[in-house]
Design a binder for this molecule. Sequence first.
Ligand code: ADP
Ligand code: AMP
Length: 215
Amino acid sequence: MNIILMGPPGAGKGTQAAKLVSEYGLAHISTGDIFRKALKEQTKYGVIAKYFIQFGYLVPDDYTIGMVREYLREHEFPNGFILDGFPRTIIQARELESIGKEFGFKIDAVLNLDVDLDILATRLSGRRTCRNCGATYHIEFNPPKTQDVCDKCGGELYQRADESEEAVKVRLETYNKQTRPLVDYYTMTGDITNINGDQSMEDVFSDIKARLEAM
Ligand code: ADP
Ligand code: AMP
């Protein structure tokens, strides 16, 4: 089963992807995580992406698509995958279709986490991420047992550099301009399921499971 998980920044894609990984053994492919790893390791994609990520802009399509293509070629997904944060533009969505034909996979479900834009800034400013394993928390909605320490691996929790007020504003504007049109694109070209992301994490997950189990 291959899934695209869409939604604005802070909608809960990473949170729900982690639950899908443990429930169905799917691989979690987050282009944001891949870029951040590349940035840390200063690979060519990291060097290119740094400026765009820092200010909240999308990394240009050519690089992003090149990186995803390389990632899909180099990894195996015996139980399928969840794409989190890709595609983010219509060009990326079209390219994903050609990569699917070339590599022999298809997308089984497109899930869109629908969350009121007003609450996203609160979700993003309170998010804390583990430097070691990438697990995410929220200082109010999902706090770790010990402040700034990851429950899962004991790693240090940090606040992402692109979570400054200014960068969050740009990211939300970028989403509205470049990514929101994808909801219409998938509505026209096939099938998309809107999931109410403005509920508890558990309720969002049970709506997702109900959708997947009805397939
Ligand atoms: P995305 O991957 O879509 O950017 P995350 O999954 O990282 O979003 O969630 C953003 C922040 O909001 C995190 O701090 C997370 O703990 C919190 N969060 C996620 N889902 C919910 C929810 N249903 N209710 C409240 N907070 C949530
Ligand atoms: P995320 O972790 O999904 O919030 O992504 C963090 C940042 O990585 C984004 O703000 C973009 O700068 C970049 N990024 C992630 N995925 C993509 C994508 N599909 N296209 C372009 N840029 C991306």
